[in-house]
Design a protein around this ligand. Structure first.
Ligand code: CTP
Ligand code: MG
Length: 234
């Protein structure tokens, strides 16, 4: 039987957040942002281990208390230059340590998506467990889309039909994901599904919602905090 593992890349510097502290450590409701992402994955009954991937020079992780997660948390200090490299390094390390098998499911989730709910996570796992390829949480695009010219004027309006915003977790079997990321080292892929697509495969889109957005810019932080506070005090 395939097992389920979560893998949280957290080796980025958060350059668009423009804060000295990497964004995964910025506080949301008195906890580092990544704490919330770990918590949802950790509490899922199918997931038997949560890997966190840190930059080799990470200097923040040890300043916080992670004891609530000690039963199934493994920290890997093998982050790379890109997200894809961080994920690939972690997959390789986990295999070397005999912690994962070829057919096991890997759920890759950004540290910067602290508002993932257990309902979204359960839905992803339920819809993909029997799937040949795997897939990802995603939201159909709601806004009207404009393509600009070099002067920031509208060149034309893009149809939003069949357009989705990709989220995480993205769920693929160990061997497929590893093969896809190896194959993509010279392509600029910003998520795991793109690497799988580059093999000619079609990952499944599982409908999510806007709450699971990625904290990227400073204003996103306040929004994430409001969502988390509201959940804690309904
Ligand atoms: N990530 C990583 N290794 C990298 C780059 C990114 O593990 N070399 C992780 C980030 O820590 C984050 C996730 O991938 O959890 C999504 O990336 P993104 O939102 O782009 O984060 P950053 O790369 O840190 O931010 P920015 O692009 O603004 O610098
Ligand atoms: Mg980035």
């Amino acid at each position: 039987m395939s097992k389920f593992f979560a893998l949280i890349p957290a080796a980025g510097s958060g350059s668009r957040m423009a804060n000295e502290l990497p964004k995964q450590y910025l506080l949301l409701n008195n906890k580092p942002m990544i704490y919330h992402a770990i918590d949802t994955l950790y509490r899922n009954r199918f997931i038997i281990r949560v890997f966190v991937i840190l930059a080799p020079y990470d200097n923040e992780w040890h300043k916080h208390d992670w004891s609530a997660f000690s039963e199934k948390l493994t920290v890997l200090n093998c982050g790379g230059i890109t997200r894809a490299e961080s994920v690939l390094n972690a997959l390789t390390t986990a295999k070397q340590k005999n912690l994962v098998g070829a057919d096991d499911w890997i759920l890759v989730h950004d540290a910067a998506r602290p508002c993932l709910t257990s309902v979204q996570l359960d839905k992803l796992i339920n819809e993909l467990t029997g799937d040949e390829i795997g897939g990802l949480l995603a939201v159909p695009v709601a806004d009207t889309l404009k393509r600009s010219n070099s002067e920031d004027r509208v060149a034309h309006t893009e149809s939003r039909e069949n357009l989705w915003q990709a989220q995480t977790p993205q769920m693929f079997r160990y061997d497929l994901l590893t093969k896809a990321l190896h194959n993509s080292v010279h392509i600029n892929v910003t998520d795991d599904a793109s690497a799988v697509e580059a093999l000619g495969l079609q990952p499944k889109l599982v409908v999510s919602d806007a709450y699971n957005f990625k904290v990227t810019y400073p204003q996103d932080l306040a929004l994430a905090e409001l969502i988390i506070q509201k959940r804690n005090n309904p």
